[in-house]
Write a protein that binds this ligand. Structure first.
Ligand code: NDP
Length: 448
């Protein structure tokens, strides 16, 4: 009797602790359940539309109306939508990334302290994984020619489908796992609405006993490896396709070289600075659900490679004046992006080699108010947007569709800046208003 009483007491205390640790979410983002449903349906649809609306399969970018209707009737696009070979290749790629994570040596770095007082450790070997992969791909192309690396281009639609299936499988699995005892939920993912929580991510760092033992973190893994590195491979495959079409011994166009260099540099930069992701909102605050899964695994690699895919079948040369302009735009953007990110990371790491001015806050952390961080509250987004525009411009001015990326990115980053503003208002209170009075511009000085 005494022991039953004791057990009951423990259960009551555990329940109370659980409620304190994982409070119910009171606010919806992304338009709540309806918005979650909308994004969940439109993201895969947009991926297919972007492909069919800009492809030699349908006859152009955009394809003429007549050609669209004849393609739809011919069911060629329907056949291209699913292919078991592509599905197994995609699964093989994901397994290869896991194997690299496990086998390639890397430093273990601690993340931020979580709500439950614990800290996770993350293995840093994404850059080494990318180098190994690029080496293998370069060796294959050198030995067997560009024809040996056009599988991705040829099976693009089917690979998109495979990545969406993988995202769905992961989203359902992590949602199910989030109900296990002791799971630390995301503050924004515990609303009780199944659809919304599944979409936004119920658990902060989805895991299970087996993954815990290996210290494998699915969220950071997905964010940097299978999607980002695949984006680079997609670009390279498009370049190979273009070379094959241009005939033996032909070089890729200047536009194709530029897009590969720009986006390759962007990806390698993210992987080289792997540890900086640990302080980003996606890792510290957001849960992992369908939104992040489909974003990381399907949206990034397959929609961000749109320019390279277009250039594979529309082989425009930019010419020197535009090449120099686009190169300069990307370089200045990269300089702002990298300097801003490095300044903030160095400062947050407790160092201030540039003697940047800062505002002391009651929270204990200081906010930089000089250098790029004195010009706007998100100078890193400003640089990122300049690069995004340069990438679109590599396709010249023949079609508006390849400019989809900059339009999407403006929406993504302004929405992200608003979300961060809200988080910082909560974190810093009045000090955040003081900071906003000093640094007035949100992203681009004198514009926004
Ligand atoms: P930020 O790097 O701007 O980080 C925001 C956080 O930085 C705030 O929550 C705050 O956290 C801290 N901070 C804000 N202002 C200051 C200041 N003045 N001084 C010091 N710290 C400050 O945003 P993200 O994490 O969203 O983006 C990181 C990078 O990733 C960016 O370069 C962005 O462009 C890129 N990105 C790219 C995407 C893509 O699809 N290609 C998508 C999303 C982002 P605290 O005070 O708690 O430290």
């Amino acid at each position: 009797m005494v022991s039953a009483d004791k057990e009951n007491k423990v259960a009551v205390v555990d329940k109370k602790d659980e409620a304190t640790l994982n409070p119910k979410s009171t606010k919806f983002e992304f338009g709540g359940p309806i918005g979650a449903l909308g994004v969940s349906v439109t993201t895969p649809l947009m991926l297919y539309l972007l492909h069919l609306g800009c492809s030699d399969l349908t006859g152009g970018c955009p394809p003429p109306l007549l050609s669209i209707s004849s393609t739809l009737k011919s069911e060629r696009w329907w056949d291209a939508l699913w292919d078991w070979n592509a599905f197994f290749v995609y699964c093989g790629w994901y397994a290869y990334c896991c194997l690299c994570w496990r086998l390639i040596p890397g430093d273990w770095v601690k993340g931020t302290v979580m709500r439950n007082g614990q800290t996770k450790e993350y293995k840093m070997n994404a850059f080494a994984t990318a180098l190994l992969t690029l080496g293998l791909v370069a060796g294959t192309i050198y030995r067997y020619g560009p024809l040996s690396f056009i599988f991705i281009y040829d099976h693009y639609l089917a690979l998109i489908s495979a990545s969406i299936v993988m995202s769905l499988v992961q989203a359902f699995t992590v949602y199910y796992l989030s109900f296990r005892n002791g799971a630390l939920l995301a503050l924004g993912g515990n609303s009780g609405n199944y659809l919304y929580d599944w979409f936004i991510g119920r658990e902060l760092n989805p895991s299970c006993a087996w993954l815990d033992r290996m210290k494998f973190d699915l969220k950071t893994f997905n964010e940097l490896r299978p999607g980002l590195i695949l984006w680079m491979l997609n670009d390279i495959s498009c370049m190979c396709e273009q070379m094959v079409r241009r005939g033996r011994h032909a070089w890729p166009t200047d536009s194709m070289i530029l897009i590969n260099v720009f986006q390759g540099l962007y990806v390698l930069d993210a992987l080289w600075n792997e540890s900086t992701i640990l302080t980003q909102m996606d890792i510290t605050t957001d849960g992992f659900g369908f939104m992040l899964a489909v974003g990381d695994l399907a949206w990034v690699p397959f929609s961000y490679a749109l320019q390279a895919r277009y250039l594979a079948f529309s082989q425009h040369e930019l010419g020197w004046p535009l090449t120099i302009f686009v190169f300069a735009l990307n370089s200045i953007g990269y300089y702002i992006f990298r300097t801003a990110n490095t300044d903030k990371d160095t400062f947050r790491g407790g160092k201030n080699p540039k003697n940047l001015k800062s505002l002391k806050t009651k929270r204990g952390t200081e906010l930089i108010i000089s250098g790029f961080w004195g010009m706007s509250r998100h100078p890193n987004y400003w640089g990122d947007l300049m690069m995004a525009l340069a990438w679109c411009m590599t396709t010249g001015f023949h079609t508006p569709i390849t400019y989809f990326y900059i339009v999407f990115f403006v929406i993504l980053l302004t929405h992200r800046a608003m979300r961060d503003d809200e988080q910082c208002r909560k974190k810093y209170g009045d000090d955040w208003n003081k900071y906003k009075a000093i640094v007035r511009w949100r992203i681009i000085p004198y514009i926004y």
